[in-house]
Ligand binder design. Structure first.
Ligand SMILES: N[C@@H](CCC(=O)N[C@@H](CS)C(=O)NCC(=O)O)C(=O)O
Length: 219
């Protein structure tokens, strides 16, 4: 497992980068991190050398490039063996894969109206109806996971798994926009936010100097 490299965008804004990065950290995979800030000359110059899709995250193992957050998580899980990164029972694993895929392929309105902006806190945010619908569905997923599968720990399926990495940027968004939560979702958000890795990410995001105006949180 030597020589792994994860290429990411700005920690403050790149929600897909956070997913892969957090999964690797939580699974204890050693890797070197290369940060290429989005929307810069460095990005235009360098991204094509690393990523066939010209997007981040991209994970490199020697000549091999894996260029999508969920594909990276699956690849790393396979490298580690024994189903690491996913819950143990087949039923819980199927549920974890379903909610991960739902995040990966959906919630466009949430992503559009509540861009990730880790270091910001905005007051008075009101989600438009399409984003509010996404928020309701995510809250339902979190409650269902916690109540059905989560009794042995603080995360969606008890122990931290790849599904939690997929939803970590949503936790960050809900904090930024002050989205009101019930007690189950609030406790889950605290568990994610208190992870050492999450705190490391947020600190680094707060110390980044780049500002991308069209990605900033707005009310
Ligand atoms: N489906 C991809 C989405 C990746 C993605 O949209 N990455 C954004 C940054 S968060 C990106 O690279 N944007 C650069 C661009 O669109 O030029 C994944 O899961 O990794």
């Amino acid at each position: 497992m030597d020589g792994f490299v994860l290429i990411i965008g700005n920690k403050n804004y790149s929600s897909w980068s956070l997913r892969a990065w957090l999964a690797l950290k939580q699974l204890g995979v050693p890797f070197n991190e290369v940060r290429i800030p989005l929307d810069t000359h460095a990005w235009k110059r360098e991204i094509g050398r690393h990523s066939p899709s010209r997007m981040v995250p991209v994970f490199k193992n020697g000549e091999l490039a894996v260029w999508d957050s969920l594909a990276i998580c699956e690849y790393v899980s396979e490298q580690l063996g024994e189903g690491r990164g996913w819950p143990k029972s087949a039923a819980a694993r199927a549920a974890a894969r379903s909610v991960s895929a739902e995040m990966h392929s959906g919630f466009a309105a949430l992503r559009e109206s509540l861009p990730m902006d880790c270091r910001r806190r905005v007051a008075g945010f009101r989600a438009p109806e399409d984003a509010a619908k996404d928020i309701r569905r995510i809250r339902q997923i979190w409650r269902w996971c916690r109540e059905t599968w989560g009794s042995k720990g603080d995360f969606l399926f008890g122990d931290f798994c790849i599904a939690d990495a997929m939803y970590a940027p949503v936790v960050s968004r809900f904090r930024t926009y002050g989205v009101r939560m019930g007690p189950v979702e609030r406790a889950y958000m605290d568990a994610i936010s208190e992870l050492d890795a999450m705190q490391e990410w947020n600190l680094a995001a707060a110390n980044e100097s780049e500002v991308i105006h069209h990605s900033e949180a707005h009310v």
